[in-house]
Write a protein that binds this ligand. Structure first.
Ligand code: 13P
Ligand code: SF4
Length: 307
């Protein structure tokens, strides 16, 4: 797309955003043109916190569906819209509320920790939510009190948290189709070419990949780690979109994506044209039915209490 066309779109978006009293929240994996017009960029936890406290009347959520649902649960009085209603998270779709009810029946007295990458219906059946930023803290808090902790839906995040906390978790067979594309071989071969580089991966990666990393961090924790680090080179094992933010925020540092295959097609569905359209039409709205919302807000609020 030509730069003048992009600039024209940006100006229109800015003007309309003001008129609509809207805020644009953008996940770290979004396309550069979307990151460029963000009011706030962040990971799932940061964006949930911003959604919970913003004064805006309209929230334009540029991410995937469960993120907008979380915003809608937290601010029922606001209009939450997404530029592309088909931007979902395949991992979130790997467990249903019915699946979770059956699992709970098998483990009476258990507590359910739901990764925020779940539907509102699944959250409504859960006790605490977490993101990859605070998953270890959440389980550390619960592990003395509960024998059985059900951790859904990501089996790899569950494995990572279990190793960090020393607590065996009851997990579900979910995973991120994008992060599993990053292989141990990708890491070792990148390391051969860049032996000085620090290896940072997302905890949604497979255990063999995590074992080769210096750190396993959520996307915003990655941004902070890189900023604070004395290292000049980094091998990044997560979705490709984060490289743009890392480069913008750290001009003197080099970043190597662990795998070119780590692209989440859902995160790439949003662009500036669709954002403008969403603001013009005030669509598509993401609204969680009130009975589900009242149940789902409890585990989300628990999560927001744990820093
Ligand atoms: P973060 O919370 O680390 O941003 O991760 C969200 C996600 O969907 C990772 O694939
Ligand atoms: Fe879901 Fe994976 Fe895409 Fe994140 S990267 S939104 S977990 S499919």
């Amino acid at each position: 797309m030509k730069k003048d066309l992009i600039t024209g779109l940006e100006e229109k978006i800015k003007k309309l955003k003001k008129e609509r009293q809207a805020v644009i929240l953008v996940h770290n994996y979004q396309l550069p043109e979307v990151q460029d017009i963000a009011d706030y960029r962040g990971d799932s936890l940061e964006l949930s916190r911003i959604a919970a406290t913003t004064d805006a009347k309209v929230v334009v959520f540029c991410g995937v569906h469960f993120m907008a649902e979380t915003a809608s649960i937290l601010c029922p009085d606001k209009l939450v819209i997404v530029p592309d209603i088909n931007a979902g998270c395949p991992m979130a779709n790997m467990i249903t509320a019915q699946d979770l009810r059956k699992l709970k029946e098998k483990y009476p007295g258990s507590v359910v920790v739901a990764y925020v990458n779940t539907s509102a219906q699944v959250k409504a059946e859960s006790d605490v939510c977490c993101t990859s930023t605070n998953a270890v803290k959440v389980v550390n808090i619960l592990k003395e009190k509960y024998n059985d902790i059900i951790f859904i839906p990501d089996k790899y995040l569950a494995d990572f948290v279990s190793k960090k906390t020393g607590k065996k978790l009851i997990s579900w067979n979910g995973y991120c189709p994008t992060h599993v594309r990053i292989t141990a071989k990708d890491i070792t071969s990148k390391k051969m070419f860049h032996p000085q580089a620090k290896v940072i991966v997302h905890p949604e990666c497979t255990p063999d990949v995590i074992a080769l990393a210096d750190e396993a961090l959520s996307t915003s924790m990655m941004c902070k780690f890189v900023k604070d680090s004395e290292a000049k080179e980094f091998i990044i094992g997560t979705e490709a979109g984060i490289i743009y933010r890392l480069k913008m925020d750290n001009p003197g540092k080099e970043f190597y994506l662990a795998s070119e295959a780590a692209v989440c097609p859902n995160m790439k569905r949003t662009n500036q044209e669709k954002i403008l359209w969403a603001l013009e039409e005030l669509k598509e709205e993401v609204k969680v039915p009130e009975d589900i919302r009242l149940k789902a807000i409890k585990p989300i609020q628990e999560m927001l209490r744990i820093i």
